[in-house]
Design a protein around this ligand. Structure first.
Ligand SMILES: NC(=O)c1ccc[n+]([C@@H]2O[C@H](COP(=O)([O-])OP(=O)(O)OC[C@H]3O[C@@H](n4cnc5c(N)ncnc54)[C@H](OP(=O)(O)O)[C@@H]3O)[C@@H](O)[C@H]2O)c1
Length: 273
């Protein structure tokens, strides 16, 4: 099957094109596991990789990129500012660039809205963006109150808010707030970290489309207008997860999946942070 992954992107609020689909590498072990996963993804047509300093595998992402031979300007790489580094974002962004081996990052995110330092961190990110260290800047794990607070002091609206999002944690109010403010919502843990892959409701829909549960969850995120970054270290799953551009979910199936929300979180909860 022709892999159409490359053809789909969303235009961020500053005009930068971001692929709607990419590979996440949280918990992908540094070394051979991460290099092989990223290399497989790039060979299979992925052009978007999501890492973070705290994942400890930025250098492996860089190594895989160099091994792949894919030109830098065809790639979209995201990394993130770790919580304890929020007092000096530029220093840590420069460190990440060096570790990955690139001159500029495509997207740099505040990893988590740490009380006390998130405002200063955003103002510093704005400066780094203006100086060309990142093609776009954004936030992660921001709830509606965090965004509202940021709007009071931000000169630049975040291009992206990366949050946990899947049918079992369907945060429509947050999605609508992001859309209204021209912020792309990027769904992390779109497979609910693998914990709901055997859900019978999901199996039923998957059977109907001749697709796998993972493919339904990924397509659901895309059909709702989000960017999505499933993680796998297995080449066959990396391929499977990318084969979601030859179908879309019907209105009635999308509607049914809207009823699955359980506020089921697999990752950290930023509420009240
Ligand atoms: N900003 C943040 O705070 C934050 C937090 C969490 C995640 N993220 C980002 O989002 C990415 C994705 O989230 P995630 O890693 O938490 O979880 P995920 O993508 O929802 O799920 C990954 C899990 O599902 C398994 N899996 C992958 N493809 C599968 C398939 N086709 N069928 C069955 N199981 C499959 C993986 O196992 P195998 O690897 O063994 O295949 C792994 O255990 C992360 O890697 C990271 O880049 C960001």
């Amino acid at each position: 099957m022709q892999n159409l992954v490359l053809n789909q992107s969303v235009r961020l609020n500053n005009g930068v094109e971001m692929p709607v689909f990419g590979l996440g590498v949280w918990k992908t072990r540094s070394g051979k596991e991460c290099v092989d996963a990223v290399l497989s993804a790039l060979e299979l047509g992925y052009r978007h990789i999501d890492t973070a300093k705290i994942y400890g595998n930025e250098s492996d992402v860089g190594e895989a990129i160099r091994k792949s031979g894919v030109p830098r300007n065809e790639l979209f790489i995201t990394t993130k500012l770790w919580n304890s580094d929020q007092k000096d974002p530029r220093k840590y962004l420069e460190e990440s660039l060096k570790t990955i081996g690139v001159d500029q990052i495509d997207l740099y995110l505040i990893h988590f809205p740490v009380a006390g330092t998130r405002k200063q961190a955003w103002k510093e990110l704005e400066k780094a963006y203006k100086d060309g260290l990142a093609r776009a800047i954004g936030v992660s794990n921001y709830t509606i109150p965090h965004l509202q607070e940021l709007f009071q002091y931000a000169e630049i609206t975040p291009a992206v808010n990366q949050v946990e999002y899947h049918p079992f944690l369907n945060q429509n109010d947050l999605l609508n707030t992001c859309k209204k403010n021209n912020i792309v919502l990027e769904a992390y843990s779109p497979l609910a970290h693998g914990q709901r892959i055997s859900d019978p409701k999901l199996a039923k829909i998957a059977k109907k489309y001749g697709k796998t549960p993972a493919q339904i969850l990924i397509r659901w995120a895309i059909d709702k207008g989000m960017v999505v970054i499933p993680k796998s270290v297995k080449r066959e799953r990396i391929l499977e997860n990318s084969q979601v551009f030859d179908f879309s979910l019907s209105g009635s199936d999308l509607q049914e999946m809207e009823t699955w929300n359980e506020n089921f979180r697999t990752c950290w909860d930023p509420t009240g942070a």
